[in-house]
Design a protein around this ligand. Structure first.
Ligand code: HH2
Length: 273
């Protein structure tokens, strides 16, 4: 039995990102070969990542779905290569991918559909006793950035996450194993993304640890003056991560692990007497 997720991941904890994909928005192709992905995961662990999130399907704006066989072909060799060495989160919405990853020792299932994608995933997570991340997304990756509209983005995201948490718990997932993520960039404008971090206390009030994945996202590039940006810089990512941590975020999902670990260590030292 695992203990509460907040014990396993004290604030702030860094989740490194390894996308075993040709088309991810910022590191597409970099880690497509298993050897490269394995080396990246090991390096992130050495740089202080508490866990490394391995994904075989890009969910960038405009992306298409990846077939099960292809997703397994991408991630399984990487999971085998780091098993027992690097703590692993599996970034998938497919039950079979999660099942294989958990059998290879993954501790956390990171589902960007918040258990609305594959109907079998909930049972896989509940039966395994793995940690679970439930993320908000408005629409589907292919179309989610076409004029997203909210009356109040923070209260709507909070209500969604509360409902998905209740769904998971009802289906047998232990509440203390769940963390929640507002889904920066998933059906949100630049202003929506910053408002979600600005008012992060309202999400933390749901009583579960909050994950923030602002790393390299296009809102950061747009903020700095490029209206057609598809990525953001490391420095801007670190700024957003520190701001999110100071407003209560627990896990920061990032591509540049060393820079985030260093900045968050300093931010934490300021905050502790
Ligand atoms: N963002 C991405 C993918 N998975 N999971 C969570 N929980 N939170 C996020 O913000 C999040 C996520 C998108 O980033 P990335 O994995 O770098 O890109 P891609 O989806 O293009 O592979």
């Amino acid at each position: 039995m695992r203990g509460p997720i907040e014990q396993r991941f004290p604030r702030p904890s860094v989740m490194g990102v390894v996308n075993v994909t040709p088309d991810s928005f910022s590191d597409g192709g970099v880690n497509l070969e298993p050897e490269a992905a394995i080396a990246s995961a090991r390096r992130m662990r050495a740089e202080g990542a508490a866990i490394v999130d391995v994904g075989g399907e890009s969910t960038r704006p405009g992306s298409e779905r990846v077939e099960l066989d292809e997703e397994l072909r991408r991630v399984v060799p990487v999971l085998e290569g780091v098993a027992g060495e690097v703590p692993i989160s599996i970034d998938t919405s497919k039950a079979e991918v999660a099942r294989r990853a958990l059998a290879l020792g993954a501790e956390l299932v990171n589902d960007v559909t918040a258990l609305r994608g594959d109907p079998d995933l909930t049972g896989v997570v509940a039966d395994s006793g793995a940690y679970l991340c439930l993320m908000h997304m408005l629409g589907k990756p292919r179309t989610m950035q076409q004029k997203p509209v909210y009356d109040d983005v923070v209260s709507e995201v909070a209500a969604f996450l509360e409902e998905r948490l209740a769904f998971a718990v009802e289906a047998g997932v232990s509440e203390e194993l769940v963390c929640l993520d507002p889904g920066i960039g998933f059906g949100k404008t630049v202003e929506h993304n910053f408002e979600l971090v600005r008012r992060l206390e309202e999400l933390a009030a749901l009583g579960r640890p909050i994950v923030i994945g602002f790393s390299r996202k296009s809102s950061l590039g747009k903020l700095l003056g490029d209206p057609s940006a598809t990525t953001g810089s490391t420095a801007a990512s670190v700024g957003a991560a520190v701001a999110a941590y100071e407003r209560g975020a627990t896990i920061l999902r990032v591509h540049d692990v060393r820079e985030h670990v260093e900045a968050l260590t300093a931010a934490r030292a300021v905050g502790t007497a």
